[in-house]
Write a protein that binds this ligand. Structure first.
Ligand SMILES: Cc1cc2nc3c(=O)[nH]c(=O)nc-3n(C[C@H](O)[C@H](O)[C@H](O)COP(=O)(O)OP(=O)(O)OC[C@H]3O[C@@H](n4cnc5c(N)ncnc54)[C@H](O)[C@@H]3O)c2cc1C
Length: 410
């Protein structure tokens, strides 16, 4: 086989880098190799429209089916890459095939973290990372009545909202004292706990699940205080483990993710990595970040494609993310971790507000609930390292555009 760009993984980042390479005029061969049995697809709908039954396969595909052939991009599905031979610049697949590369891109994402506890393999216990996972959960929800979700993060809460829409009885177990504790401030946690309870979800915080009961099929979830919660479906939504083993076994530097520079290059000049699997430097936050977001996967893909064709444009963007639960759209700009001050704009009881997070007087993040103008302005203000006026932020009569202009010019 002729050498060209080999992309390991056929997810969001992989689909984008193949597309960007062609857009940037790359004429060599491009091959995507993915272990799942699907063309590149989008994961965000899996916990939302897909699970609600409002989307079909064509709606979640990253590009229409014919796109890949039209752009002369080879997509190999159902094929796992098992190792990288850096000495001869080949990858090795699970059927023993060796394929040469001029550039290799690792876009291997991550897998759902497991609890490694008794009963986790019982029928009825689910995770949600792939389309197959979503299909299995969807099937279970057709006959299931009681869903217990372990983990009050975004995926757990989105599934809770969808499951309520489908009429299931839902309990969310969160080990911390509040949901979304890892990713959002207390105002946002309090808000989402209220919204879910209003929709009939039981939320138990400070609850540590430690096992699953049942003989062949799940009948209950055990907590460390001895409580047994009856359930016929459980979802373990406790985060992601980066699929960094290929890089690690090939001797590339990893730190719970593959370490890349601002051009998404690993230590090996011929090997790039993009998306959820990477740890990249951020000058905005002065530390390295491993992000799990569509925006990060897409933008790193564009950066790496640019670097491969000689259009170097370092990646240093304000992270952003979104979550849809019921009729609430949460948009998150930046990272609030380490904040020492918050400022509230809007009315939490009206379900339209934004929380701005500061560190040392500088805006570092914003969580905007049904507040797109606040979110857009925050992205710009965070990128510029500004210190917007708190009184103006708290005053809804002062337009966000005005606040942003003043912050950027001062
Ligand atoms: C249910 C759900 C909801 C989400 N909602 C949102 C949201 O609302 N907003 C948002 O911004 N983000 C959301 N995300 C996160 C977002 O989907 C990810 O950040 C994004 O998919 C990352 O893209 P990626 O290309 O890095 O990895 P992935 O899309 O995970 O693709 C990696 C692919 O590589 C394959 N692979 C791994 N190892 C190998 C190997 N050795 N050989 C071959 N193939 C391999 C994997 O099987 C996988 O198909 C959500 C994720 C999930 C699961």
């Amino acid at each position: 086989m002729k050498s060209g760009v080999i992309i390991v993984g056929a997810g969001h980042g992989a689909g984008q880098i193949a597309t960007s390479l062609r857009q940037f005029g790359y004429e060599g061969s491009i091959t995507l190799i993915g272990e799942e049995n699907y063309l590149p697809y989008q994961r965000p709908p899996l916990s939302k429209a897909w699970l609600a039954g409002d989307a079909g396969l064509d709606d979640v595909l990253f590009k229409p089916k014919g796109f890949w052939a039209d752009y002369n991009i080879t997509v190999m599905t159902g094929r796992r890459v098992t190792s990288i031979d850096r000495t001869t610049a080949h990858i090795v697949c699970d059927d023993g095939t060796r394929i040469p590369y001029t550039h290799l891109v690792l876009a291997t994402g991550g897998r759902a973290r497991r609890m490694n506890c008794p009963g986790e393999d019982l029928a009825g216990v689910h995770v949600l990372r792939t389309l197959d996972d979503a299909n299995a959960l969807n099937t279970a929800m057709k006959t299931g009545r009681k869903l217990v979700i372990v983990g009050g993060g975004y995926i757990g809460l989105e599934v809770a909202a969808t499951a309520r829409k489908r009429g299931l009885d839902v309990t969310v177990l969160e080990a911390e004292t509040r949901v979304l504790a890892r990713v959002a401030g207390t105002e946002i946690s309090t808000f989402f706990e209220r919204i879910h309870r209003q929709h009939g979800v039981e939320i138990i915080t400070g609850a540590l699940a430690q096992g699953f009961e049942g003989t062949n099929k799940l009948t209950g979830v055990c907590l460390n205080d001895g409580t047994l919660l009856g359930a016929d479906i459980a979802l373990v939504g406790i985060g992601l483990v980066a699929n960094a083993e290929l890089a690690l076994n090939a001797g590339l530097a990893c730190d719970s993710g593959i370490i890349v520079d601002a051009l998404c290059r690993t230590e090996d000049a011929a090997i790039y990595a993009i998306g959820d699997v990477t740890r990249h430097p951020s000058t905005i936050y002065g530390r390295s970040l491993r992000l799990e977001s569509v925006h990060n996967a897409l933008e790193q893909a564009k950066t790496a494609a640019g670097a491969i064709v000689g259009r170097e444009k370092p990646y240093n963007q304000v992270p952003w993310f979104w979550s849809d639960q019921y009729d609430i759209k949460l948009q998150i700009a930046g990272l609030s971790e380490g904040h020492d001050e918050t400022s509230l704009r809007g009315d939490m009881s009206a379900n339209a507000f934004a929380v701005f997070y500061f560190k040392g007087g500088v805006l570092i993040a914003c969580d905007a609930v049904n507040a797109p103008a606040e979110y857009m302005a925050a992205r710009m203000m965070i990128a510029k390292g500004t210190n917007p006026d708190r009184a103006a932020l708290a005053d809804l009569t002062v337009p966000m555009k005005e606040i942003m202009a003043a912050a950027i010019s001062s």
